[in-house]
Design a protein. Structure first.
Length: 621
């Protein structure tokens, strides 16, 4: 049990104006976190309890797949990151520092190098494999613009796991074990999530899968509103009140920095950066026309060119120039299709990819942006075309002369394509790549990511073992992460609610709060004596407290000498599943139970309290 008077629980009367997403604002208002400096937060007692419960769920699920917990240092020598090559390539987000002797160190953003070093020193034979370890600790990334509370911070809590194998079959088995464990963890946290095809990014490796918590639809009032019995149904709320509620929901930025493309009829789901569709070529092959150069004054965009020639944008080809590790690459897309930079970078295997400058374009094409095209480029030029370009006939392309375009451009005769590659960003409504349904989009918060690293780190760091034939072979690795503090944000985002009440005079009120999942709520029961100066009521409160604790409930007792309205407001904010109020009927041993998730209330005698709670919990389950 815990007395609220002893808690560091600084609630706020209003949602903070400087917060942009609901989860951040609600955690600040409900006293879960406080910012210490930009992107760095203190987890106050309520948040700490939730985080520890998340960790408990993780430990239970990882025990099932044979993963063993350990703890690595957060302060790391730069030397091992130089071995892997990431010290130079990780970028500006890496915290770099020196000790008093001038040696280089970093604050760990992740620990692939550290565990590879440990395995290299400890494992000599395939007989010692597989090894499956994980840790839960703070990580550090010097974000340029930390934002949205715990979603994009400079210090954050992460669970990172690593496995080592003698063969890829073993890696596949452990990878599937983690995938299943992650699904169980997120299900127990009552998160609406999707497992999607992911991008390995700076982690390296080929196969990866992301786990994304879906951002709730702002227009779905049935999700956001918890109606007090006095309100009745959603249909009974006056239109002007609903309009105010929609405006309140609409003022918050939609959280989630990733767009998810998923099938309307199958399990296909991918990050927009990796998503594909079953879209067809832009047009069908027809008889080739003559290549003609046409003056196109003031036509520098696809829309302007299409309007000038009075054709669909799908009859035009957009030509772009990129530098991949400083080498020029020409990219062709149909019309207004958008290039997916991640697809291009992954296909090229480039460490650095950037759009070329006007000067670069002028040097290669002899023209500026808006007039670039594939015709007449030097033979050695590498030209990549999106799959939709394949089969295009009589296309309109830039003529590599400012203010001119070609009509009737055909591949093979007029220009070459080195490779056809899926390079475009898919569009909502396109056919799903598995042929089932169409693609729909949703915003999501990344909460987990698993990778098949292979030998990316073991080869660069010479982490070898002897195989069954006595040969030295590199360890095969997997890496498995969960953003623990990001999970807290995702939970707050998905379980935030507007609690709507109606006064006896017919006035509607709505206030923010949270409906915590039972397994993660900081406490099970919020016990509130209305008048702490009433000795009889406080004696009954103590009796109830003892009964609840003996029955296995975690109890937070609001023993503050505050107005009951303030106590109820704070109770709604912090989101405990059950509220028990000791009020005017304390003399008769009668208390009020309120179920947070539904707003339902009932009166019960203290002698039937534990039995009633058990029945209510069984009913909800």
């Amino acid at each position: 049990m815990m007395k609220q008077s002893n808690m560091l629980l600084p609630t706020l009367r209003e949602m903070p104006s400087d917060a942009q997403v609901i989860s951040h604002a609600l955690m600040l208002r409900a006293g879960y976190v406080r910012q210490v400096s930009a992107g760095i937060y203190a987890y106050l007692p309520l948040a700490h309890r939730v985080l520890e419960k998340i960790k408990t769920i993780m430990r239970q699920e990882f025990d099932k797949i044979g993963a063993v917990e350990f703890l690595a240092p957060a302060l790391l020598s730069a030397d091992i990151w130089r071995e892997s090559g990431r010290y130079a390539t990780y970028g500006e987000d890496l915290y770099k520092l020196k000790n008093r002797e001038g040696s280089d160190f970093i604050l760990g953003p992740t620990h692939e190098e550290t565990v590879t070093l440990l395995a290299r020193d400890a494992i000599q034979s395939y007989k010692q494999l597989p090894l499956n370890i994980y840790q839960i600790q703070s990580k550090y990334r010097d974000e340029k613009r930390p934002r949205n509370g715990l979603l994009r911070g400079r210090e954050f809590i992460m669970k990172d796991g690593y496995s080592f194998h003698a063969d890829y079959e073993g890696l596949d088995q452990t990878y599937e074990g983690y995938r299943s464990a992650y699904e169980r963890i997120f299900q127990r946290a009552e998160l609406d999530f999707k497992a999607i095809i992911g991008d390995g990014g700076a982690m390296g490796g080929k196969d990866s899968q992301e786990f994304m918590a879906i951002t709730p639809d702002r227009t779905d009032l049935s999700h956001w509103l918890v109606l007090d019995p006095s309100v009745g149904s959603l249909e009974e709320i006056p239109a002007e009140v609903l309009e105010e509620i929609r405006a309140e929901l609409g003022r918050w930025t939609i959280s989630g920095e990733d767009t998810i493309a998923y099938s309307s009829e199958s399990s296909y789901a991918a990050n927009l950066e990796m998503a594909t569709s079953a879209s067809v070529s832009a047009n069908k092959a027809v008889a080739e026309e003559e290549l003609l150069k046409v003056e196109t004054p003031d036509c520098s965009t696809i829309d302007q060119v299409a309007a000038f020639f009075k054709v669909s944008e799908d009859q035009t080809i957009k030509t772009m120039l990129y530098l991949a590790d400083a080498q020029p690459v020409v990219v062709l897309l149909v019309g207004n299709d958008q290039l997916n930079d991640v697809k291009l970078k992954n296909y090229l295997g480039a460490d650095y990819l950037e759009a070329a400058s006007e000067e670069d374009a002028k040097a290669l094409f002899g023209a500026h942006f808006g007039s670039l095209g594939p015709v007449g480029l030097p033979e050695e030029t590498r030209i990549l075309a999106d799959l939709r370009v394949e089969g295009m006939a009589n296309a309109i392309v830039g003529a590599n002369q400012d203010g001119y375009h070609y009509t009737g451009a055909n591949v093979g005769r007029d220009y070459k394509v080195s490779e056809y590659v899926d390079l475009r960003e898919v569009k909502e409504g396109e056919p799903s790549p598995d042929g089932k349904g169409v693609l729909k989009f949703a915003r999501g918060i990344e909460i987990g990511h698993i990778f098949k690293l292979g030998t990316r780190y073991s080869e660069s760091m010479q982490a070898n073992v002897l195989d069954e034939n006595g040969r030295a072979v590199p360890l095969i690795m997997g890496s498995y992460g969960i953003g623990v503090s990001r999970m807290l944000s995702a939970i707050m985002e998905q379980h935030a609610r507007l609690f709507v009440t109606k006064s006896p005079k017919g006035q509607y009120r709505y206030a923010w709060g949270v409906n915590f999942p039972k397994e993660l709520a900081p406490y099970d029961v919020h016990l509130i004596p209305v008048n702490v100066k009433d000795e009889e009521a406080m004696t009954l409160t103590q009796t109830i407290e003892d009964q609840l604790v003996q029955a296995g409930y975690e109890v937070l007792t609001d023993d503050r000498a505050e107005r009951v309205g303030s106590k109820f407001s704070d109770s709604d904010l912090i989101g405990l599943p059950i509220r028990i109020t000791v009020g005017k009927k304390a003399t008769d041993g009668i208390v009020e139970i309120k179920i947070k998730s539904t707003g339902d209330t009932m009166e019960v005698h203290v002698d039937q309290l534990i039995e009633t709670l058990a029945i209510l919990q069984a009913t909800e389950e």
